[in-house]
Design a protein around this ligand. Structure first.
Ligand code: ADP
Ligand code: MG
Length: 474
């Protein structure tokens, strides 16, 4: 007899899905930090003690009514339909992180909305509110309590219901290794978010939970950016990297990876194309493909306002009618459609044939960062490759290889550089939905980006080396 195919019970499905999102405590910390950043916090505290973790922030808070839904699977305040997914600027959008935490641990949330009279607290298990952390039943209501403005999320007793994973995490050695991973996540976000004046604190189990392993909240340069941001509350979308912001990032790098390192850092700034223009075109092309409602609404406006000369210039389309047709969907941008094949004169101004036919696929990127020079081999503890794509901490073995290979000619064998890179790419060219923990992302034009970054790094360290030689010679 062949075995019968039976649907799994919903609880088992939830547990399997949660296990994928929440692979380990450091994955929770990343999700919670990203939630705090989405809530526009300027100060984020992380406390990790083995399988209990807590993250507190001073962000916008969650109001009493919404608190009930915080751990409901696929409930989110960040997108409302699939189209929003294309333009999502927040880290979260799936409404899965807190739900998953509550499937594999006991979650407690205390939150006070800015300006509210008091905080409210609620506990959760298996995606639903419960009366206390042990999950004893009864009427469940958010309880008023004392608390500072912002949100504190505790996840306790992690993997209490997944014994095999719990065993793999228990014990002094495993806990220490896991704490190292958590600290690495906090350090990286502390470096990157310094440019927006966000300060971090990280404490482990040492000295009864009082040992602080990282605190960037009191650094002068970070505070300065934070103050500035309070005065002009427009820096959220601002992508420029001004002197104060560079100073803050440098100070945090010094604080985390050692002061010596900061003296060896070179600024990198490179780019090609107009990231937002390409993003806009890509968005519209996708919306058109999906025949989305939002595109229908945009039909009126996209010809005169958004599709301006500059955006067309940026993606190398100079024929307005062609571009308009593409955007209006009256002409398909597919390669097989002869009517959109650019004329000779357009061809010369576009990057390559395929981007000419589909300007939304044009290559565009902007990179800013700080990298060590070609002769400084960093101590092992400071060797690092910090990569942020559209502000998200990600890993990309191919980008890392491309950048580090530039150093391999000059650094002694086994020597490593320190590299912090923040890349801005057209939103629709980055697919963050390929990995359950959103750690890895799929990139359109990955090879080209590797080449462009390698060239940018070569140029920065090359010109620094030649100016040094020049100084010595002079
Ligand atoms: P997502 O981030 O994908 O929306 P989450 O499960 O991480 O899903 O969070 C669910 C919701 O809880 C969020 O959409 C947000 O409204 C709220 N939330 C979570 N963490 C915070 C926080 N630190 N401050 C304010 N709101 C929060
Ligand atoms: Mg989230």
């Amino acid at each position: 007899m062949p075995p019968k195919i039976l649907p799994l019970p919903p609880q088992t499905i939830d547990l399997i899905a949660a296990g994928e999102v929440i692979q380990r405590p450091s994955a929770i910390i990343k999700e919670l930090i990203e939630n705090s950043l989405d809530a526009s916090s300027t100060s984020i505290d992380v406390h990790a003690n083995g399988l209990d973790v807590t993250v507190s922030d001073n962000g916008c808070g969650i109001d009493r009514e919404c608190l009930k839904l915080a751990c409901t699977r696929f409930a989110t305040s960040k997108i409302t339909d699939f189209e929003d997914l294309r333009r999502v600027k927040t880290f979260g959008f799936r409404g899965e992180a807190l739900a998953s935490c509550s499937m594999v641990g006991r979650v407690g949330i205390t939150s006070r909305v800015r300006g509210a009279r008091c905080a409210y607290r609620m506990n959760f298990r298996d995606g639903a509110p419960v009366n206390d952390l042990l999950g004893v039943g009864g009427e469940v209501e958010a309880k008023p309590c004392a608390g500072k403005e912002g949100t504190t999320i505790q996840v306790q007793d992690l993997f209490y219901n997944v014994p095999s994973r719990r065993r793999a995490m228990e014990g002094r050695r495993n806990e220490r290794e896991e704490y190292e991973r958590i600290l690495a996540v906090v350090q990286r976000y502390a470096v990157h978010e310094a440019r927006r004046g966000v300060g971090f604190m990280c404490r482990g189990a040492g000295k009864g939970g009082k040992q602080c392993d990282l605190n960037t909240q009191s650094l002068g340069s970070v505070k300065k950016v934070m103050e500035k941001r309070k005065r002009v509350d427009d820096t959220c979308d601002e992508k420029s990297f001004d002197d104060d912001e560079i100073a803050a990032v440098k100070e945090v790098i010094g604080h985390v990876f050692g002061g010596d390192l900061t003296r060896e850092l070179l600024s990198l700034s490179a780019g090609e194309g107009d990231v937002s223009a390409v993003g806009l075109l890509a968005l519209k092309a996708m919306a058109r493909l999906n025949d989305a409602e939002c595109f229908k609404d945009e039909k009126k406006s996209c010809t005169d306002t958004e599709l301006d000369a500059e955006s067309m210039e940026a993606v190398g389309v100079h024929n307005r009618t062609l571009a308009e047709e593409m955007m209006m969907g009256t002409s398909k941008s597919n390669a097989d459609n002869k009517s959109v094949t650019p004329s000779k004169s357009q061809e010369s101004s576009v990057l390559d044939d395929s981007t000419a036919k589909s300007p939304e696929l044009a290559f565009a990127y902007k990179a800013t960062g700080l990298i060590t020079n070609s002769s400084y081999s960093v101590p092992k503890s400071s060797a690092a490759f910090l990569l942020f794509i559209n502000d998200r901490l990600v890993e990309s073995p191919s980008l890392r290889r491309a950048v580090e290979s530039i150093y391999s000619d000059t650094l002694p064998r086994g020597g490593k550089p320190f590299v912090y890179l923040s890349l801005e790419l057209p939103g629709p060219h980055v697919d963050v939905n390929v990995h359950p923990t959103k750690k890895e992302v799929a990139l359109l034009h990955e090879d080209r980006l590797c080449d462009a970054l390698a060239a940018a790094v070569r140029e920065v360290i090359g010109s620094a080396t030649s100016s040094r030689t020049f100084l010595v010679a002079g």
